[in-house]
Design a protein around this ligand. Structure first.
Ligand code: NAD
Ligand code: TYD
Length: 342
């Protein structure tokens, strides 16, 4: 079995590659990644010499490059992680989000159609459902919740999802989609909430909490997400959407305080800054479908997962120091300099 994994030099894609090489030692994994600011080849160092693994530097929007790769590798399955993934960047400039997340997805699916595939899996997000009110803890996202996006990022992911489902209906392509809640764990790029707060706290730098910090996310340890994708890929029904996550809702401020506590840092580092434009209030997944059909449930408790994650950042300083000492400095300066106090 040959599996193409796009975006495998990023956070979830790399964890998925490690997971698959362990779970299916007889599979060949071909990682396709453009190595944008978010892709890091050093993340894949431990598997580079594994004969079951190969890496190809390629933009998923490059149609002729993608078609040549399919001719050469003859993949049985494709798992598409490649995306621009940061909401704040999409608010600054949506264009590359539309290009990679929608056009790139269409190129990958056209290749699957042309060369044949057993399964195309699209890694999507719960953000396509928009948000839930903070005062209705009884409401959750199901697969039937209408698409109702807030940010250019989530809109581009929703566009891709609709295209994937259209290729199933129109061409009978064997597709599946997972819509996952917020992941955390090793190799998470420092621009996102949890790694940003860990890294800033370690440097005794301000911890910039948007608005009042009361927005809620439903956090999932990345390995649990990888297990879910593996199950959907092999046992999920074609043409179906599966929500992944559930029952681990946390307010941002509580996460930041927990990180301070675990690292022995003072809460006085917390700095309330101007809110994100269009900031989604609450995400919460109902995982009934994937639990009933595929027997999946999140396994890692947040207390364990966050400790493991903090330990990983403490043990792997070289990985993130290389990132924050590069272009990230300009990004940070630009994104945080002008945020007025809330
Ligand atoms: P990431 O930003 O860490 O990694 C994205 C990877 O895609 C990088 O390696 C980057 O180089 C690569 N890439 C970007 N544009 C490309 C292109 N045109 N061609 C080839 N490669 C390209 O993202 P992540 O957090 O690992 O997210 C992976 C997927 O999961 C995304 O599709 C995202 O929408 C989805 N998702 C993420 C989360 C989360 O909490 N991180 C939650 C739900 C869904
Ligand atoms: P993020 O990690 O960007 O994920 P997403 O927007 O996809 O959920 O942000 C998670 C939450 O943390 C979100 O409510 C925004 C908030 N946040 C901050 O308060 N400060 C920050 O510096 C960042 C990056 C995020």
């Amino acid at each position: 079995m040959t599996v193409i994994v796009t975006g495998g030099a990023g956070f979830i894609g790399s964890n998925f590659i490690f997971y698959m090489l362990n779970a299916h030692p007889d599979y060949r994994i071909v990682c396709v990644d453009k190595l944008t600011y978010a892709g890091n080849l050093s993340t894949l160092r431990s598997v580079m010499n594994n004969p079951a693994f190969s890496f190809v530097k390629l933009d998923i929007c490059d149609r002729s490059g993608v078609y040549s790769l399919f001719e050469k590798e003859k993949p049985d399955m494709v798992v598409n992680f490649a995306a621009e993934s940061h909401v704040d960047r999409s608010i600054e400039d949506a264009s590359v989000f539309l290009q990679t997340n929608i056009i790139g997805t269409s190129v990958m699916m056209d290749a699957c159609r042309k060369y044949g595939i057993r399964r195309y899996h699209q890694v999507s997000t719960d953000e396509v459902y928009g948000d839930l009110p903070l005062d209705r803890p009884d409401l959750f996202f199901t697969e039937e919740t209408p698409i109702h996006t807030s940010s250019p990022y989530s809109s581009s992911k929703a566009g891709a999802d609709l295209l994937v489902l259209a290729y199933h209906r129109t061409f009978g392509m064997p597709v599946s989609i997972s819509r996952c809640s917020n992941n955390y764990g090793p190799y998470h790029f420092p621009e996102k909430l949890i790694p940003l707060m860990i890294i800033n706290a370690l440097g005794n730098k301000p911890l910039p909490v948007y608005g009042k910090g009361i927005n809620v996310r439903d956090w999932l340890y990345v390995e649990d997400h990888c297990k879910a994708i593996d199950l959907i890929l092999h046992n999920g029904r074609a043409g179906e959407v599966y929500n992944v996550g559930g029952h681990n809702e946390m307010r941002n401020i509580d996460i930041v305080k927990l990180i301070c506590k675990e690292l022995g840092k003072p809460e006085s580092l917390i700095t309330y800054v101007a809110d994100r434009k269009g900031h989604d209030l609450r995400y919460a997944i109902d995982p009934t479908k994937i639990r009933n059909e595929l027997g999946w449930m999140p396994e890692t408790k947040f207390e364990d997962g966050i400790r493991r994650t903090i330990k990983w950042y403490l043990d792997n300083r070289a990985w993130w120091e290389e990132i924050i000492n590069g272009d990230y400095q300009q990004y940070y300066e630009k994104m945080y300099k002008d945020r007025q106090k809330a």
